[in-house]
Design a binder for this molecule. Structure first.
Ligand code: NAD
Length: 250
């Protein structure tokens, strides 16, 4: 195939749209996966507006049959995938650990972690024979440090980094690079919801403790994601890469 192609889950969110646009600017084809047609089409339209190639697939990424569905749609259309971005995620409830709802714990683990395990399994056969295949799993600085009030989120993102390391080692012999991307807080609706839920305390905890004194921008995440998906040396694998204005260095 002349052009590179791949899959982005959670494509219709704030970071997803920015990543899709960045990938469109790089001239690659993207299958935009999201839980509703509206979200998936939003991402696809953002790509097409830049003259890029987009396909859509509707999937709840925590459901195995749905994940198999987007992988087989990608195989039917393109036959393979050069890149795979496991991006879909939710922040879940904001509550102290002692009152954190158990059903929400399960939901966050399913959407943030099970989805990535299922996605890796379903997409491996498509990446296996492709040219320079690369996978990025979206973690967070919440996967590197504590996340008070977001216990399930932090635990899920720590686990994403663990899963990434195992996948990197198991897939190394097939020439597939697998890395985790760990942004700090990023401008957008997810941080908006977190700030609203904590009445300003989240701002105290994140923005004012970040050495650059600001949230990241979706474009900054998109630029690093595109590099990790398309350009990074294949020798770079199994890494958890921070993008956080110095948050985890402090
Ligand atoms: N926003 C931040 O500050 C930040 C920081 C670090 C990491 N991240 C991670 O980046 C990713 C994207 O975050 P965002 O800021 O774009 O959030 P967002 O809420 O704007 O977008 C999330 C996207 O995932 C989709 N999604 C949610 N549940 C799904 C499901 N079950 N099946 C399919 N799709 C589903 C949503 O529809 C949405 O399009 C998440 O994994 C998040 O944890 C975000």
């Amino acid at each position: 195939m002349d052009r590179k192609v791949g899959v982005v889950t959670g494509a219709g969110g704030d970071i997803g749209i920015a990543v899709c646009q960045e990938l469109a600017r790089r001239g690659v084809g993207v299958m935009c996966v999201d839980r509703t047609e509206d979200y998936a089409e939003r991402a696809a339209n953002a790509i097409r507006a830049l003259g890029g190639i987009a396909e859509t697939a509707i999937a709840d990424v925590s459901i195995e049959g749905d994940v198999a569905g987007y992988a087989s749609r990608c195989r039917d259309i393109w036959g393979e995938a050069n890149f795979f971005l496991n991006l879909a995620g939710i922040e879940g409830a904001q509550a102290p650990l002692m009152s954190y709802p158990t059903d929400m714990w399960d939901r966050v683990m399913n959407v943030n972690l099970r989805s990535m395990f299922l996605g890796l399994k379903a997409m491996f056969p498509l990446l296996h024979h492709a040219d320079t295949p690369r996978i990025v799993n979206m973690a967070s600085t919440g996967g590197l440090t504590a996340t008070p009030m977001l216990a399930a989120y932090g635990a899920s993102k720590h686990a994403v980094i663990g899963l990434t390391k195992t996948a990197a080692i198991e897939f190394a012999r097939y020439g597939i690079a697998v890395n985790a991307l760990c942004p700090g807080p990023v401008e957008g609706t997810m941080m908006g919801r977190i700030q609203q839920g904590e009445g300003g305390q989240a701002y105290q905890r994140y923005e004012t403790t970040t050495p650059q004194w600001r949230y990241g921008k979706p474009l900054e995440v998109a630029q690093l994601a595109a590099f990790l998906l398309l350009d990074c040396p294949m020798y770079m694998t199994g890494q958890a890469i921070g993008l956080d204005g110095g948050l985890t260095a402090a």
